[in-house]
Design a binder for this molecule. Sequence first.
Ligand code: C2E
Ligand code: MG
Ligand code: MG
Ligand code: MG
Length: 286
Amino acid sequence: HAKKMGKNNYQFFNRAMNELAVERHTTEVELRRAINGNELLVYYQPKVDLVSGMATGAEALVRWNHPDKGMMLPDAFIPVAEDSGLIVAIGKIVLRQACGQAKAWHDQGLHSFTMAVNVSALEFRDRHFVESLRNVLDETGLDARFLQLELTESVLMRNVDSSIAVLRELKQLGVQLAIDDFGTGYSSLSYLNQFPIDVLKIDQSFVQSISSSVGNGVIVNAVIGMGTCLGQRVVAEGVETSAQLSFLHTHHCTEGQGYLFSAPVPADDFTRLLGQGVIGGSVPLQ
Ligand code: C2E
Ligand code: MG
Ligand code: MG
Ligand code: MG
C-alpha cells in the first residue's frame, strides 16, 4: 500500500512539475510575441522630495498588456524573462521608452527630472550593456545625469570585482546609480563603501512597519544615517500612510516613493498629475 501511495505522490509531483514547465514555456513564447508587438508598456511612479513635496523624478516599471490575461505585473513574467534571456530585450525597450519620456518631460520644463530604470543581473553582466546604454542616451537626447539605474544587492554581490568595474564605467558615462530593495539582500557593509553608489532605496518591507515595529524604525533610521554620512541620497520605498511619511520626514529621509503619492501610472496620467500639482506641493507634510 505504501509503495502505491509513494508512486501516486510521485506522479502527482511529476504532473505538477510538468504543468509548471508548460506554463513557463507558454509565457516565454507569448513574451517573445509581446516583445515584437507592442504589448509591453512602461508605467511611471513619482519619487517625491520629502521637504518640498515636489516630484524629483520617476521610476519606470514595466507592464504587459496581455491580450487574454489583461494587465500583468512584472512578478508574473520577469522571472521567465530572466531565465530565458528575454529580459535583455525587454530591458532595452523599457530603457528607450523611459529615456525618451524623460527627455519629453525635460522639454516640457521639468529641468532636473530624473528617470530611474531597473536593471537585472543578465543586463548588468551583458558585455554590450554600457554601449547600448550610450546608444539609447544618444538616440533619445537625454543627458546621462538624469538617468538613474537601480540595481539590487544580489546583482552587485555576485562578482564584486567585476561589479565595481562595471559601476565605474557607468559612472564615467555620467548616470546615477541606486541600490534597490536595500536591506533585503546580503551585501556586506565593507563593499557598500567601494561601490560608487548615489542613492540607497530602503526596501518597502522596512517602511511598511516603520512606526508599528520599533526595530524596523531603528533600521530605517540607521540606513538614513549611514547613507547620509556616505554622501548618498536615501529613498524610502512603499510609503502608503501619512504616519510613515511623518516618521521619514522627522528622520531626514530625502525622498519617498509609494501609493501615498501615486501608484505607477501611464505617461499621460503622470503628465496630468504633474499639471494638477497632485504630486508636487499638495502632499501633507508634518
Ligand atoms: P522595484 O524596483 O522594487 O519596484 C517597486 C515596486 O513596488 C513596484 O512593483 C511598485 O508598483 C511597488 N510599489 C510602489 N509603491 C508601493 C506602495 O506604496 N506599496 C506597495 N505595496 N507597493 C508599492 P511592480 O511594478 O509590480 O514591480 C515589481 C518589481 O519588478 C520591481 O521592484 C522590479 O524589481 C521589477 N521590475 C519592474 N519593472 C522592471 C523592468 O523594466 N526591468 C526589470 N529588470 N525589472 C523590473
Ligand atoms: Mg526599482
Ligand atoms: Mg525596490
Ligand atoms: Mg522589488
